[in-house]
Design a protein around this ligand. Structure first.
Ligand code: NAP
Length: 494
């Protein structure tokens, strides 16, 4: 089995497989270290906005989280520790960038080419992350900029920002974390905002030594905290997916936060969102608004017209001189580049199968791509709680599918196109009334066709139930003998 990516998804899969007594897998990772998004996003102030007692693997608990919202280095270390804790080194292939994965119908195997050699496996698991390819905006003149530019997920730590004139483009979840951290270092900071985010208080706090001791020696205490966070977060799903007006209470909290933190009414006006809260990710910050009020920081809300060699020019004709541009402009979430490297049955690339938008069955499998499992596939994302819960649900699906394949001598399994279509029609019907589709904003949740192909439109326990056990109904199965005899199944299991 071939697992691609050594972030939360890929390492989580590796741990689960080891725990299930399997050793027949390798994890291909393009970088020279594990950690995925928590390796790449090492910008100043990077931290998780979901409490780590929930944002961690339930089957690999850590009683020693130091803060309610763990900083990036601690989460990265947690992931590194998984390698030693579960003896994953023999399975890891670091520096193995996936160049191509191709399904070989005759042998029912995936053939994978990497920068450091080729691999063959019965099952291919993509744990490549939905937010791993940085998105850079196409702004006129960018190529002629004479200074330094970089994306928040590729932070240039070798480029000292001290005394520099820096532009930050974007005010999303990443930017609001690093803006306060660099504001005191740079000479001048110009923050370009296209759409104001809704921001509520973060209320981060250290977890005391006593609490950590308790979580270590009394696991039910840690589990109770985890359950409490889970339940509190899940109540948000009611407003986001069923009754958006219920989110008005959260909007009131955010408005109060803005009022308290930004005394200047003119600045406050420009920071007040005009779409329903929850439509974009609700951000948590106690220091973003105060950073904007600093003398050396300016919030610019006029749209960017073009970039000049030493400045950003806005539509009002103003020139904003800068020597560094930091893009906090997000990721290629709805057109993942990895899809261009994966070719399924009949030579169809995943990118072509998804030309009109991503789609999968239960977020995990795709018609035309036998024995391919996606972790955090289409419509598994969340606007309110921990993605680790979703990953674990999908790992249940994967592990139970593998057992069924073993038990019944199945060599190849492929979801039926009709079953996938029906699943997605039902999903899209549910999504139609969610705040993400109706809240009056543009976000990375929607693709170029305005279709929400990223988020799960319900409670997470519903997704857990759906993926608890692999159910072969709706799948085309081929046994090893059928593969050897070159049989093609016509009807899915019912
Ligand atoms: P993002 O939420 O997609 O934000 C991108 C920002 O860039 C937005 O403010 C966007 O404006 C702006 N932008 C994009 N293109 C632009 C252009 N051409 N001109 C001007 N502005 C432009 O990206 P992100 O902040 O990196 O966060 C992405 C996701 O990563 C989050 O939603 C979250 O799921 C995850 N994340 C999580 C954490 C965490 O704590 N767990 C932290 C960081 C990120 P518009 O709003 O107008 O599009």
């Amino acid at each position: 089995m071939l697992i691609v990516g050594a972030g939360f998804s890929g390492l989580g899969a590796a741990v689960r497989l080891r725990q299930a007594g399997r050793h027949d897998f390798v994890v291909l990772e393009r970088a020279d270290d594990v950690g995925g998004t928590w390796r790449d996003n090492d910008y100043p102030g990077a931290a998780c906005d979901v409490p780590s007692h929930l944002y961690s693997l339930s089957f690999a608990p850590n009683p020693r989280w130091s803060r309610s919202f763990s900083p990036q280095p601690e989460i990265r270390q947690y992931l590194r520790d998984l390698v030693a804790r579960y003896d994953l080194t023999p399975h890891l292939r670091l520096g193995h960038d996936l160049l191509e994965a191709r399904w070989d119908e005759a042998t029912a195997r995936w053939r994978v080419r990497t920068g450091q050699g080729s691999f063959t496996g019965r099952v291919l698991v993509l744990g490549t992350g939905p937010l791993s390819a940085p998105k850079l905006p196409a702004i006129d003149g960018l190529d002629d900029f004479a200074g330094t530019t970089f994306h928040s997920a590729r932070w240039r730590h070798d480029h000292d920002l001290t005394g520099r004139r820096v532009a930050v483009i974007g005010t999303g979840a990443s930017a609001i974390q690093f803006v306060p951290r660099i504001a005191g270092t740079v000479q001048r900071l110009t923050v370009f905002q296209r759409t104001p985010p809704w921001i509520i208080p973060r209320n981060d706090r250290p977890i005391s030594g006593l609490e950590q001791w308790l979580y270590q020696h009394l696991p039910p205490a840690r589990l109770a905290v985890r359950a409490g966070i889970y339940t509190a977060r899940e109540t948000l799903a009611v407003g986001m997916t069923l009754q958006p007006p219920l989110l008005d209470a959260v909007a009131a909290l955010a408005r109060g936060h803005l009022r308290r933190q930004v005394p200047d009414p003119a600045l406050r006006d420009r920071l007040r969102p005009d779409y329903r809260i929850g439509c974009k990710r609700i951000l948590l910050s106690d220091d973003f608004y105060p950073a904007l009020a600093r003398d050396n920081v300016e919030l610019v809300t006029d749209s960017i017209d073009r970039i000049e060699p030493d400045a950003v020019r806005t539509a009002d004709g103003r020139r904003h001189p800068v020597d560094t541009i930091v893009f906090g402009t997000g990721f290629e979430a709805t057109r993942p580049p990895i899809a261009a490297a994966v070719t399924g049955r009949d030579g169809v690339r995943l990118a072509d199968a998804w030309a009109d938008g991503m789609s999968a069955y239960r977020g995990s499998t795709v018609a035309g791509f036998p024995n391919l499992f996606l972790l955090i596939g289409p419509n598994t994302g969340l606007g309110h709680t921990s993605m680790i819960y979703i990953i674990e649900s999908q790992l249940n699906y994967l592990v139970t599918a593998l057992s069924k394949m073993d038990q019944h001598g199945v060599a190849a399994m492929e979801v039926d196109a009709g079953a996938q279509h029906a699943y997605n029609e039902a999903l899209q019907r549910r999504l139609g009334s969610t705040v993400w589709n109706t809240g009056g904003c543009a976000s990375w949740y929607l693709d170029a066709n305005g279709r929400n192909t990223t988020l799960w439109p319900s409670f997470t326990w519903r997704f857990r139930r759906l993926t608890r056990n692999f159910d072969p109904r709706g799948y085309h199965l081929r046994t090893e003998q059928e593969v050897a005899a070159r049989c093609t199944p016509q009807t899915p299991v019912r």
